[in-house]
Ligand binder design. Structure first.
Ligand code: SF4
Ligand code: MG
Length: 328
């Protein structure tokens, strides 16, 4: 998929006057069939907006999201319905996205009938199959969402997405609302399902530890832009962008030996309504220099499959460069 160009977020839905925010800017990335692409960044970096653009919940006002080469905003009729079935989103909040009045069987049955996945007579068997697939208790079918734990509710959400046999799952903060121990179970389930069903997964999260565990490749976002894309291995062992490095160094489970070399991002995050003209990270980057404030760095290759948007093209290549003086 590719997405580029300015994107304005309308506040019309909330009844607010239409100001525009560039929630995403010059984002270009692709998702390969069968991979898990992690998208990480601090809150407000545009990762959820990007996820929503991918499933056409938001329409960008510039650029395009392409699925199998086709701009998804141009899909109509059967093609659009096929897209809506093949690409499924799972939301962060299982409480809000499941109808409390419906039983699990009704929730799954509804998904199956909207997309006419099965003849009526086969629906109960398919529901039992889905319940088993996500490892919910056998008697789950006739219970309602409030009778389940948070982790189980997220499993219901996964089953509902899988009911229509999608090829792509976009999961936005899938487990952020869950306890750490439950997070691992749900993430492992997703990993197993991804392999078993040959799913392509876009995994949006702010938790680096989870993203590393689950992703083949990772895109790091900051202020609506992609700062770095790399394999999970490359990103976590040799980040090539100062922001990725700062994000990793700030992660609590960092090996203490590396801490002495830590890059700390200081300074304010600029408002998304007032993104600076040069590098979006310039106000917090310890390596900032003149060019960074005027010229926006583009994503350029840094060796096999790794891309970074930074004017310091050898950042992270060998020894980290010496930070510029502590000016901000
Ligand atoms: Fe830092 Fe400049 Fe690179 Fe931006 S372009 S990350 S400000 S060194
Ligand atoms: Mg979000």
């Amino acid at each position: 998929k590719e997405f580029s160009g300015p994107f304005s977020l309308s506040r019309r839905l909330k009844g607010l006057p239409p100001i525009s925010v560039k929630a995403l800017n010059h984002v270009t990335l692709d998702v390969k069939r069968g991979e898990t692409l992690g998208i990480v960044g601090e809150s407000g970096c545009g990762k959820s907006t990007l996820a929503r653009c991918m499933v056409r919940l938001y329409e960008p006002d510039g650029g395009a999201v392409r699925f199998e080469g086709k701009d998804i905003s141009t899909l109509k009729g059967p093609e659009r319905r096929a897209f809506n079935r093949r690409v499924q989103m799972i939301f962060q909040d299982p409480y809000g996205s499941l109808n409390p009045r419906m039983t699990v069987a009704q929730i799954l049955g509804e998904a199956l009938s909207v997309h006419r996945m099965r003849p009526k007579t086969e629906i109960p068997a398919r529901i039992a199959e889905l319940i088993e697939l996500v490892r919910l208790p056998e008697d789950a079918a006739h219970r309602r969402p409030h009778e389940f734990s948070g982790g189980q509710r997220q499993r219901i959400g996964i089953a509902r997405a899988l009911a229509v046999e999608p090829e792509v799952i976009v999961a936005d903060e899938l487990v952020s609302a869950l306890d750490v121990s439950v997070q691992a179970q749900v993430v492992n389930l997703l990993l197993q399902l991804q392999e078993k069903l040959k799913l392509t997964v876009v995994f949006v999260a702010h938790d680096l530890r989870l993203v590393r565990h689950i992703s083949h490749r990772v895109a790091v976002m900051y202020l609506g832009q992609v700062m770095e894309i790399a394999t999970a291995e490359a990103l976590f062992t040799a980040p090539r962008h100062p922001y990725s490095k700062a994000l990793l160094d700030a992660a609590p489970d960092l090996d203490p030996e590396n801490r002495s070399r830590a890059v700390a991002a200081t300074g304010e995050i600029p408002s998304p309504m007032n993104v600076p003209p040069g590098c979006p990270f310039a106000s917090r980057c310890p390596y900032v220099f003149d060019r960074c404030r005027t010229e926006r760095p583009l994503l350029t290759p840094r060796g096999t499959g790794q891309y970074a948007a930074c004017h310091l093209t050898d950042f992270g290549a060998a020894e980290p460069p010496v930070p510029a003086s502590t000016e901000t």
